[in-house]
Design a protein around this ligand. Structure first.
Ligand code: CUA
Length: 153
């Protein structure tokens, strides 16, 4: 084997090992969860665990709303969210089965919702309209059907 070939082989294998070590360190040593929040929940008992035993939209201030939401194949609960324009909405979410996504078109909301974790995200909706909500993590055969809307009026 040519000497240059050996050098390049060594370098590329070294890089692969290096990347695997970094990924392994993040996944296992750092116990990597979703970046948005670190609160845990037992995914088997979501329906019995507050606040997810009572999902829905609640007004918590003059222009402030709280949305307690569960995600499951292939739906969002609550399925209809309606808030007045100018509202600040605090979403608290968890998954009852597999990893789902919570992406709201025309906003910066893009959260990964994993079983066992509670994801929190806050957004102010100034513009009235129908905001399309999509699951952007592949979650099974009905993934492309998993969507809902947030109505801001
Ligand atoms: Cu839920 Cu894709």
């Amino acid at each position: 084997m040519h000497k240059a070939e050996k050098i390049w082989l060594t370098l590329s294998f070294g890089m692969i090992i290096g990347f695997m070590l970094i990924t392994g360190y993040q996944a296992f040593a750092k116990d990597m969860g979703p970046p948005s929040y670190g609160e845990r929940i037992d995914p088997q008992n979501v329906d019995e665990t507050a606040p997810f035993d009572n999902p829905g939209v609640k007004q918590i201030g003059e222009n402030e709303y709280e949305v307690i939401m569960t995600l499951q194949i292939f739906s969002f609960t609550p399925n209809k969210i309606e808030v007045p324009a100018g509202s600040t909405v605090h979403f608290t979410m968890t998954s009852k089965d597999v990893t789902h996504g919570f992406q709201v078109a025309d906003t910066n909301i893009n959260a990964m919702v994993m079983p066992g974790y509670i994801s929190k995200i806050t957004q102010t909706f100034d513009e009235p309209g129908e905001y399309l909500v999509l699951c952007n993590e592949y979650c099974g055969s009905g993934h492309q059907l998993m969507g809902t809307t947030i109505t801001v009026k």
